[in-house]
Design a protein around this ligand. Structure first.
Ligand SMILES: Nc1ncnc2c1ncn2[C@@H]1O[C@H](COP(=O)(O)OP(=O)(O)OP(=O)(O)O)[C@@H](O)[C@H]1O
Ligand SMILES: [Mg+2]
Length: 272
């Protein structure tokens, strides 16, 4: 038999410790054993009530479970790199500070609202989408991150295998799906339809975060069909916070490069 840990109590308390060890193992909560032993002397010395002691022991178990759950959810999300709101310098984007602060509490997820981050390259769209995803995972939500192109590949595979409805139903069990880089690569008509189905299946059920370097008016070109793009934007924006990031690329800071070639619009071209 394993040697019993020495406690400051009597034989009766040694028996109780053994029983706690057994009961905690049955509950699959081994940290309770450790917390119960560690806090017992302190509780006696500080004159805690039984209720205070029980609450403190259970609190250790719950916070350890939440932390390891969040770690697993962050790992499973598939972020391209883990970024947090603490790492984000709002001085570079002061106009969105308040909006992001409100989103960080995760309330948008319980209301199945969406977030759209628009802005030129390097302004922090992926950083903020990831950071909001990390915050969501910390709040207990399951999250999946991928680029728009990767989502299309995934949906195309499911469609070819005849399991698109199952895949969409499975994805609805994720409180948050992040679609990064809408607009960098145009889609085929079939891909645009699959993307529409993803947006539509989540509409008023679960949240999306989308990032794009294009304003909504440019999405028709990406999806190759103005009608599909319009119907999709309608569903995304109906319950959404749209954040517009501005300014020069953060990547170019301090490199003596003032700006990148801008994305030329039709108006630019007729003017020149
Ligand atoms: N305000 C900021 N504070 C701290 N880091 C930032 C900020 N903005 C951007 N960055 C950092 O700069 C780099 C580029 O940002 P990010 O990848 O989020 O840009 P993006 O808007 O997604 O660009 P792209 O359109 O090219 O994908 C990242 O390493 C990011 O962490
Ligand atoms: Mg990006």
């Amino acid at each position: 038999m394993a040697p019993t840990k020495k406690t400051s109590g009597t034989a009766a308390s040694t028996e109780a410790v053994k029983q706690i060890t057994y009961l905690a193992a049955s509950l699959k909560a081994p940290r309770i054993t450790e917390a119960a032993a560690r806090l017992a002397d302190h509780a006696r010395d500080a004159g805690w009530t039984h209720e205070d002691y029980l609450a403190a022991v259970l609190e250790r178990e719950v916070s350890a479970r939440n932390a390891s759950g969040a770690r697993l959810r962050i790992r499973a999300a598939g972020f391209s790199g883990v970024k947090t709101l603490e790492d984000f310098h709002f001085d570079a984007q002061p106009a969105i500070r308040q909006q992001v602060g409100a989103l960080a509490s995760g309330g948008f997820l319980t209301e199945a609202r969406n977030v759209v981050l628009l802005g030129p390259p390097g302004t922090g769209k992926t950083h903020l989408a990831t950071a909001l995803g990390v915050a969501a995972a910390n709040h207990g939500h399951r999250v999946l991150f991928a680029t728009a192109t990767d989502w299309v590949t995934r949906l195309t595979e499911a469609h070819r295998a005849g399991r698109l409805p199952n895949e969409l139903a499975r994805l609805r069990r994720y409180g948050l799906i992040i679609i990064d880089e809408v607009g960098y690569l145009p889609f085929e008509q079939d891909a645009a339809n699959l993307f529409f189905q993803l947006v539509s299946s989540r509409y008023e059920h679960a949240s999306l975060i989308l990032t794009s370097n294009l304003p909504f008016s440019g999405w028709g070109g990406v999806f190759g069909d103005q009608a599909v793009a319009a119907a999709m934007i309608d569903r995304i924006v109906h319950h959404a916070d749209v954040l517009t990031l501005k300014g020069a690329s953060y990547r170019l800071r301090g490199r003596g490069i003032e700006s990148l070639p801008s994305i030329r619009t039709t108006t630019d071209q007729t003017e020149s």
